[in-house]
Write a protein that binds this ligand. Structure first.
Ligand SMILES: Cc1ncc(COP(=O)(O)OP(=O)(O)O)c(N)n1
Ligand code: 3NM
Ligand code: MG
Length: 504
């Protein structure tokens, strides 16, 4: 069933922002948009002529109709036209959060000031917002101006952005997404910030000069709401929303005599529309004073000689490794998770030699120092390893590098390093490793593969003989398995059947 997203917002008679933008963005991501209209604004591409707030009775009737039949997974809030509306909506949200079996997530785009500069609210709602609504908000998506109004922090640099997000947390907000569309820092770039207590994400891309940008704030917040409704983690919703807006800005056109609306072009499929994940050590990271600033982002690892890595066996000792190679598997990983394994170095040395003997691609998981020491073909690393491994040394030694990714954000982060292949996981639930909260499913894999078509791609996690054909049908270049081989009643038969099953 489609996930239901309510949008509580104003109607823009010009069709560019508010409810109109919200519906288009939510539907673009496959959500179902339900609407609770707070005001019938009279506006066009030139500006706002009237607000026309609805009464609390009209608001109540919309809530009642939806609550009895179509409860929301995510509630996105835009324009609240007056203090009574703020108080009423806050009371409703408090009730839903306390009483619904599945409490809704609340995404709030504080439309305190219209992009045209005209205020859309009838009175000073800021104190009421802070006291009643913000403590119920899971994700707030203000622009720089709205951030300044709500937190009192003037965004003169990265540390002020951090301070502002802290101020939101102190007001009871769960996560802050501060949009940098109006912020020219670094010059010529558009940098967005997302934070939950203890964790922050920065995204950036060259500023897209698009005069027709009406409705970007509403569309951004609705895209995030839709993605959260689909079960994407916050960091993935963040990157998808930004890609959606970039895509829309690039093709937006004039409608009317003034500022036209951002375009709505469906789920973002073009890598060129995705922002860069800003890492400490990159030039953008240095501009933003991200730490540690002295760990350079190393890119362009030795390219793979083929896009199709085929059946990829992930095993924990050299007996299995040899059996796989003897039976024709050309991509194998030695994955020994216990660093105290007494003969670890010996096993890695043997694995390297077996790879050479069978002219196969043998990757060493985790132990990159020993992999370099013993002249391995390649290493496979996880996202955490990117913060600690000596990537300069791995690249200098000419080793291939495979990187794990779990979702859009990690995929775009891995893309910064231009590894030899990208692995997407966990596609299905698995008992080999705790992947709670990181199961991607086939539908996401269908997005990952074409986005990253420049790389050899690998799917991993819970893949067996039955699932292998549908995984291979996504176009992924390799299917990686542990248990489908090591726990098979007849491993040799399993290898042969898996090889057949992934031929598309
Ligand atoms: C092909 C492939 N993909 C993903 C992984 C997982 O690697 P990582 O995230 O480093 O986790 P551990 O395997 O170290 O637990 C992999 N090993 N191989
Ligand atoms: C080692 C590993 N890494 C994963 C990831 O998603 O990064 S899933 C996984 C386990 C794969 O084992 P099986 O084929 O037995 O499900
Ligand atoms: Mg690892």
């Amino acid at each position: 069933m489609k996930s239901i997203i309510w949008t509580i917002a104003g109607s823009d008679s010009g069709g560019g922002a508010g409810i109109a933008a919200d519906i288009k963005a939510i539907e673009s991501f496959g959500g179902h948009a339900c609407t609770i209209i707070t005001a019938l604004t009279a506006q066009n591409s030139m500006g706002v002529e009237a607000i026309n707030a609805v009464t609390i009775e009209v608001l109540e009737s919309q809530f009642a109709a939806l609550e009895s039949d179509m409860p929301a997974k995510v509630i996105k809030i835009g324009l609240l036209a007056n203090i009574q509306q703020v108080e009423f909506v806050a009371a409703k949200l408090a009730h839903f959060k306390a009483n619904w079996p599945l409490p809704p997530l609340v995404v709030y785009d504080p439309v305190a000031v219209a992009s045209s500069g005209e205020t859309l609210t009838e009175d000073d709602i800021i104190p009421t917002l802070k006291n009643t609504l913000l403590p119920l908000v899971d994700v707030i998506t203000p622009n720089t101006q709205e951030t300044q109004i709500l937190t009192g922090h003037y965004l003169i640099g990265p540390s002020a952005v951090r301070d502002a997000s802290e101020a939101f947390f102190n007001l009871g907000v769960g996560a802050a997404v501060i949009k940098g569309g109006h912020w020219d820092y670094p010059q010529g770039y558009c940098v967005d910030y997302c934070a939950v207590p203890g964790q922050e994400y920065w995204l950036g891309n060259e500023k897209i000069i698009a005069p027709h940008n009406h409705g970007t704030g509403c569309s951004y917040a609705s895209s995030m709401a839709a993605c959260l409704g689909l079960g994407y983690p916050l960091k993935d919703a963040f990157i998808l929303a930004k890609a959606y807006i970039n895509q829309g800005l690039k093709v937006s056109v004039r409608i009317g005599q003034g500022i036209g609306p951002v375009a709505h072009k469906g789920f973002p499929h073009d890598l060129a529309d995705f922002p860069t994940v800003i890492e400490a050590g990159s030039w953008l990271g240095k501009e933003l004073e991200l730490e540690p600033w002295d760990r350079p982002v190393v890119a362009e690892f030795s390219p793979s000689e083929t896009q199709q890595l085929g059946l990829y066996a992930v095993v924990d000792n050299c007996d299995w490794l040899k059996l796989c190679l003897e039976n024709g598997i050309k991509t194998v990983q030695l994955r020994i998770k216990n660093s105290d394994t007494p003969n670890l170095a010996e096993q890695i040395q043997t694995a390297v030699a077996l790879g050479q003997q069978f002219q196969a691609r043998v990757y060493i998981n985790d132990h990159w120092q020993l992999a370099i020491e013993h002249g391995a073909y390649g290493v496979h690393l996880g996202q955490e390893d990117l913060d600690t491994a000596d990537l300069v040394a791995i690249k200098a030694a000419g080793l291939k590098l495979g990187l794990s990714t779990h979702g859009f954000y990690e995929m775009l982060r891995a893309h910064n390093y231009q590894p030899s292949y990208l692995a997407f996981g966990a596609i299905y639930p698995t008992t080999t490793k705790d992947m709670t909260g990181q199961i991607q499913g086939l539908e996401k894999l269908k997005h990952f593969v074409p986005l990253m078509k420049a790389y050899p791609t690998v799917a991993i996690g819970g893949i067996d003989l039955i699932r292998a054909p549908e995984v291979a049908a996504t176009g992924v270049g390799s299917v990686a398995v542990v248990r489908a081989i090591t726990e098979a009643a007849d491993p040799l038969q399993a290898i042969s059947q898996l090889q057949q099953a992934i031929k598309v």
